[in-house]
Design a protein around this ligand. Structure first.
Ligand code: SF4
Ligand code: SF4
Length: 365
């Protein structure tokens, strides 16, 4: 398959404010364009767009194209499981919500040490292997957010996992918390296919500081900033697909332009990315990828990623940060209302001390 995957976690919205409904007509246009250029891989999940991603996939893709003309990936939300019966109930709901008889790729979602223990205790691996034997799943794997040591533990205990989905981008490659490179090396050691998520780090690498833009433009003035990031991951051995959560046609067309006949980066470009990472990795910025896993459980509805994005914009010298903040947080909870329950922190794959950070930045934005 071609290596660009259509991530369905940031679909175009009718109303740009948080929780806005998916713009189905624009999604259909993007799906048509993507398939028309020979790309095939769509990635959704139970909680993306609060369940609307799976429904949008059904309407924009499944109902309009023959099942064998595309590959569909979905994920079991291990974090939401409470009893053994939940796994089957959610799996059946996903098949129905997507309108399909089977998934081509199916993942345990966001495994870490804690969710590994839970998935084992609730028999999730066994349940999904049984679904694979029934033909409801073609390939079984997991997405992952923890240390390389935990990844090694999972792959050693579950050698039947066929692929792993890792957070890889040039900024996190040597990051001590994310451990992109170390996780990549563990997956390679176990001989697993790799799917890359967050290649542009939630959009952060599409909007780099001026100094980095200048460096990039000196070498390839016709390349977008995001394309540098996607190209970095797509060129790694063992990577079969790079997911991009595209929100509009311009992003899709840009990605397809270089991923159609993909050429890996050369040594010069790779060295330049190391320099770029050093410039971008301002030690004060908050490593939020805007995945929104934290927001569903917040009892006071604080728009956590919008707070962090506005703060990072301010740090990067973006004078529009206030306007962005006000338009994207209207009618939502305020950081001052945080009761420090830390439900959000349990869900955060980037291990951000959210309550503490909100307290730190609430008066600065
Ligand atoms: S710690 Fe604060 S931000 Fe996090 S879930 Fe609780 S109230 Fe919401
Ligand atoms: S704070 Fe964490 S969970 Fe919330 S959007 Fe950012 S990275 Fe995702």
């Amino acid at each position: 398959m071609k290596k660009l995957g259509f991530g369905c976690m940031r679909l175009p919205l009718k109303n740009k404010k948080i929780g806005g409904s998916v713009d189905l007509e624009r999604t259909k246009e993007m799906v048509d364009c993507y398939l028309g250029e020979g790309f095939t891989y769509f990635d959704t999940a139970y909680m993306y767009h609060d369940g609307r991603s799976e429904r949008s996939v059904r309407e924009a893709l499944v109902k309009r194209y023959p099942r064998e003309s595309f590959l569909l990936a979905d994920k079991m939300p291990v974090g939401m499981l409470v009893t053994k019966g939940d796994t089957g109930r959610i799996f059946r709901h996903q098949l129905k919500r997507c309108g399909v008889e089977y998934f081509d790729y199916y993942l345990l979602h966001a495994l870490n040490a804690k969710y590994l223990e839970k998935a084992e205790r609730l028999g999730v691996f066994e349940y999904l292997q049984a679904k694979k034997a029934e033909g409801k799943i073609k390939k079984l794997g997991f997405s992952f957010h923890d240390s390389a040591e935990v990844l090694d533990r999972i792959l050693t205990r579950h050698p039947d996992m066929e692929f792993v989905q890792l957070q890889i981008n040039y900024l996190d490659w040597e990051d001590e918390k994310v451990q992109s490179r170390l996780c990549y090396e563990v997956a390679r050691k176990h001989g697993k296919d790799i799917i890359v998520m967050e290649p542009v780090k939630g959009g952060k690498l599409a909007d780099v500081p001026e100094k980095v833009k200048t460096l990039f433009n000196e070498v390839h003035p016709d390349w977008s900033e995001a394309s540098w990031a996607v190209r970095f991951t797509a060129g790694l051995d063992g990577v079969i697909c790079v997911l991009s959560g595209m929100s509009n046609m311009a992003q899709l067309k840009d990605n397809m332009s270089y991923m159609k006949d993909f050429e890996p980066l050369g040594e010069r470009e790779l060295n330049l990315l190391k320099t770029a990472a050093g410039i971008i990795n301002n030690k004060d910025s908050i490593p939020c990828t805007c995945c929104r896993y934290c927001t569903a459980g917040c009892p006071v509805d604080i728009p956590i990623p919008e707070y962090f994005t506005a703060y990072n914009k301010k740090l990067a010298g973006d004078s529009n940060y206030k306007e962005y903040f006000e338009s994207s947080t209207d009618k939502k909870g305020r950081a001052e209302q945080c009761i420090r329950c830390k439900k959000c922190e349990q869900a955060c794959p980037q291990h951000i001390n959210i309550a503490e950070k909100l307290a730190e930045i609430k008066d600065i934005i």
